[in-house]
Design a protein around this ligand. Structure first.
Ligand code: ADP
Length: 258
């Protein structure tokens, strides 16, 4: 990825963002935010400066996954300060809107909000700015790809064919927008039984097949684990514990993005 560095200069002085990475999915509920959060944690643990933008305007989950619901960012002189937790600088639509109220966004408003997140947030220098995108192929993806040259996109899918049909559309969108695809992550790949057998609840081999067909790399397969779900809900991502199976899988994935 190094050769395609975006090197975006944004906002105030001293803001220099080396890599902008979109985490995308064809449809919702496949674990895109979970993957984005755990990749961010792994990159920080490897010594990188990381920011994470929750651009999932329809269901921002980053505040929950970091235990920051109800937090509001500081605003000063028209600039927003990201909220920092676990060494990651965070900004979310969820910090700015009331979680009880449905926010209705028109295309141009979405584009403006995304632009503001990049330009009017005091990120400081970053090695990686990760975008947790809404699922699908809509306005946010389009405005993001047009307003900055993304270093690349990581696509998250589950093994079933329905998810794969959606993911094909997401891949073709990034191809059309000339955003390099860093690779595919197959989430909820299997469930490991106590005897070590892998139960492929949602089918087997879907991610590999798709990656081969599209000539993109399969960055990793993440099992369904209770810890991933519980620690996500608790605002305490599992990758913070370096010794877990999950964190070593996310480390392996992050090393291919870095
Ligand atoms: P998306 O961002 O694609 O909508 P989320 O990351 O919010 O998906 O995940 C949806 C739900 O599934 C969350 O409750 C999350 O904790 C859970 N989840 C995601 N990936 C896994 C996994 N590999 N194992 C267990 N639970 C998972």
């Amino acid at each position: 990825v190094t050769s395609q560095k975006a090197q975006v200069s944004t906002g105030g002085e001293g803001q220099f963002i080396k890599n902008t990475i979109a985490v995308a999915s064809g449809k919702g509920g496949v674990g895109k935010s979970t993957v984005a959060v755990n990749i961010a944690v792994s990159l920080v643990q490897a010594g990188a400066k990381v920011g994470l933008i929750d651009a999932d305007v329809y269901g921002p989950s980053i505040p929950t996954m970091f235990g920051l619901t109800g937090e509001k960012p500081r605003v000063e002189g028209g600039k927003l300060f990201p909220i920092e937790k676990y060494g990651i600088k965070l900004m979310s639509i969820g910090f700015l809107t009331d979680p009880q109220t449905a926010v209705i966004w028109r295309g141009p408003m979405l584009a403006a909000a995304i632009k503001q997140f990049v330009n009017d947030v005091l990120w400081g220098p970053l090695d990686y700015l990760i975008f947790d995108l809404p699922p699908g192929t809509g306005d946010v993806q389009l405005s993001l790809s047009q307003s900055l040259s993304l270093t690349g996109a990581v696509i998250v899918t589950t093994p079933q064919s329905v998810a794969l049909a959606d993911v094909v559309r997401a891949i073709s969108m990034f191809n059309t927008l000339k955003v390099p695809i860093i690779g595919l992550i197959e989430n909820m790949s299997y469930f490991e039984l106590p005897d070590g057998t892998k139960e492929h609840l949602f089918g087997e081999g879907g991610g590999e097949k798709l990656a081969n067909e599209r000539s993109i790399s399969l960055l990793g397969k993440i099992p369904i684990t209770k810890a991933l779900r519980e620690r996500g809900d608790a605002g305490n991502p599992i990758s913070l514990d370096k010794e877990t199976k999950e964190s070593s899988l996310f480390r392996a994935i992050s090393s291919q993005i870095a």
